[in-house]
Design a protein around this ligand. Structure first.
Ligand SMILES: [Zn+2]
Length: 205
């Protein structure tokens, strides 16, 4: 039976690398995959490159807030059988889209693998993460480490000088290098410490 998977982590844990490896594993066995990634400003049926930090890349369908995953996959699946759907940056999904993805699993019996962040820079859940935590069959944490060596499960947003930003919109377009993954202890410490101390931490990185 197919299942809906939510692979979640803090920033820079290798989510995209894991997605591309999983897609490759299917393709290596002659199976067909469909990849999605977020582009909230895109129109339907556009493609965007998924790129991992270690240099792997692949072309993916861009999804935005209006994308109807179920209808798209039904259409593609009718022409040529799909064996797996993989969604990068799934934290941007909305509730209906997560339910749509679960229909792909339950009605079409195609596994759906979603990869994304659990929380934003304030440690609040993203919409997609919230609904995937509620609807996914399997929750799998991908791990990365804090500068102290503990598991990172929080994300700090920093400015170009390495200083922590405490306010702002949940989404910062094109700002992947403006985030640092840390453990919960250091997330709280950094948010509560004077700016002079946070600056010293990031100078030492
Ligand atoms: Zn730490």
């Amino acid at each position: 039976m197919a299942q809906l998977y939510f692979y979640y982590s803090a920033m820079n844990a290798g989510k995209t690398t894991a997605l591309l490896q999983s897609s490759y594993n299917y393709q290596e066995r002659g199976m067909r995959t469909v990849l999605y990634t977020a582009d909230m400003n895109s129109r339907d049926n556009r493609y965007k490159q998924i790129k991992s930090r270690i240099g792997l890349y692949a072309s993916a369908r861009a999804f935005n807030i209006k994308t109807n995953f179920f209808d798209q996959i039904v259409t593609i699946h009718q022409k040529d059988i799909i064996h797996c759907v993989l969604v990068d940056e799934c934290h941007f999904l909305n509730r209906n889209q997560v339910i749509d993805l679960s229909k792909i699993v339950d009605v079409l019996n195609i596994p759906v693998l979603c990869y994304g962040l659990r929380t934003d820079f304030r440690a609040d859940l993203f919409s997609g993460s919230l609904w995937l935590l509620a609807w996914a069959d399997k929750l799998i944490e991908l791990k990365t480490i804090c500068y102290c060596g503990r598991k990172s499960n929080r994300v700090l947003r920093i400015d170009d000088k390495g200083l922590i930003i405490r306010d702002g919109n949940q989404i910062l377009i094109g700002g992947n290098n403006r985030y640092v993954s840390v453990c919960r202890k250091h997330f709280v410490e950094q948010l509560e410490s004077p700016l002079s101390l946070t600056k010293r931490v990031y100078k030492n990185r």
